[in-house]
Write a protein that binds this ligand. Structure first.
Ligand code: FAD
Length: 391
């Protein structure tokens, strides 16, 4: 066993030995980036409720934007490489991983998968480079878990579209150059590309969040926005369009949260080995050791699950139910670890001097977005019983 001065065994099962050399290179590159560029500032950004827009080109240079897509300046890497990148980004902050997830999986992916050649040429290379920022508008003030009931509407006017309605809780909305907006039409739900500056399109950032503070979250408003016929994504109709994007992003989440869990575990283990009470290290108390042992076991199970799902995704056989299981299970594990870690740090655990309360608060959003925990439970319940309990 390691001496008390060694770092805690965060990968006791040596799961990372199963990674390829390329995947380990992604891990080490992202770790170095976050250590140098993010960790010195993240607590201040979180406290101030800001994140520098300049991070986008840096993430683009590292090849992290749309990295699992091929062509158009994207890195074309495997699903596990993408997952490992998400893990390392979220070990720094869930907001950072959200920036990358939204850009790659929710904004670039629908253009890449369902867009016209012109749409791909216009947006994907700039988005991969971080020179153009995208957002994904599905949720509305009155329609969250049930997006199929959305009221944002696009109606035909000659060959144009007239878009009206609003979207809520949109990551990167206030800084986006292009919004992928899902709207009802006479022809079912369609995806529309709405550029910043389109007449009648406005955004307003949401403040007073106590979670994902180092991430821009916004409302989008569409007041009879006139868009050309070429604004619509030609390759998809119906709810399966946005749901397929969400499945991509949820995959990144089920990896990402294992990074947040690891950061909390490391912080708590480190604290337990140095903090003294009753004349001895609190890491010497059996109650603390029990917490740490379960945190490690749960974290490693989550990492194994992520790697397994990653290999299924690379094989092209992953199903939405498997992604639901991974998102539901790994986010719950991560938030439980963050809260348990918080107790080990005592009062210090509620300050931004340590990363734990920041991760715990961030994970509240991660538990809710991309399908709440309850919605994933219902998806699995339906897969198990054949009965839908949504309505
Ligand atoms: C920080 C942040 C960033 C976000 N970014 C984006 C983004 O970029 N793009 C985007 O489109 N959206 C985004 N969202 C929105 C997010 O996806 C929604 O918040 C989520 O889908 C839940 O919707 P809601 O908040 O309206 O909750 P509701 O749907 O009102 O749900 C409230 C509660 O009721 C439960 N519930 C609802 N229906 C059922 C049911 N049938 N059975 C049992 N329980 C049920 C829910 O699980 C939840 O516990 C973001 C949210 C946050 C917090």
């Amino acid at each position: 066993m390691p001496r008390t001065t060694d770092p805690a065994p965060t990968d006791l099962l040596r799961i990372d030995d199963e990674l390829t050399d390329d995947e380990r290179l992604v891990r080490d590159t992202v770790r170095k980036f976050t250590a140098d560029q993010i960790m010195p500032h993240i607590a201040d950004w979180f406290e101030a409720g800001t994140v520098p827009r300049e991070l986008f080109p840096e993430l683009g240079q590292l090849g992290l934007l749309g990295m699992h897509l091929s062509g158009y300046g994207s890195a074309g890497m495997g699903a596990v490489s993408y997952g490992v990148a998400c893990r390392e980004l979220e070990a720094a902050d869930s907001g950072l991983r959200s920036m990358v997830s939204v850009q790659g999986s929710l904004a670039m992916f629908p253009i890449w998968k369902y867009g016209s050649d012109e749409q791909k040429d216009e947006w994907l290379p700039r988005m991969a480079a971080g020179q153009a920022i995208g957002c994904f508008g599905l949720t509305e003030p009155d329609h969250g878990s049930d997006p199929g009931s959305m009221s944002t509407y696009a109606k035909r006017n000659g060959s144009d579209w007239i878009l009206s309605g609003s979207k809520m809780w949109i990551t990167n909305g206030g800084i986006a150059d292009i919004a992928v907006v899902w709207a009802s039409t006479d022809d079912g739900i369609r995806g529309l590309l709405v550029p910043r500056g389109a007449r009648g399109f406005g955004t307003r950032n949401i403040h007073k969040k106590l979670s994902l503070r180092a991430s821009v979250t916004s409302e989008l408003h569409f007041d009879d926005v006139r868009l050309p016929a070429s604004a619509v994504l030609p390759g998809v109709r119906g709810l399966k369009g946005p749901l397929s994007c969400l499945s991509e992003a949820r995959y990144g989440i089920l990896w990402g949260v294992t990074g947040a869990a690891r950061a909390c575990f490391e912080s708590a283990a480190d604290y337990a080995r140095t903090r003294e009470q009753f004349g001895r290290k609190i890491g010497g108390f059996q109650l603390t050791q029990r917490k740490l042992a379960w945190m490690l076991a749960d974290m490693q199970r989550a990492q194994l699950l992520a790697l397994h799902l990653g290999r299924l995704k690379e094989a092209g056989t992953i199903t939405p139910e498997q992604v639901s299981l991974g998102k539901m299970s790994n986010v719950r594990t991560a938030i439980d670890i963050a809260r348990e870690a918080r107790t080990i740090l005592g009062a210090n655990g509620v300050t931004l001097e340590y990363p734990v309360i920041r991760h715990a608060n961030n994970l509240e959003s991660v538990l809710t977005y991309e399908g709440t925990e309850e919605i994933h439970i219902l998806a699995l319940g339906q897969a198990i019983t054949g009965i839908s309990a949504y309505r």
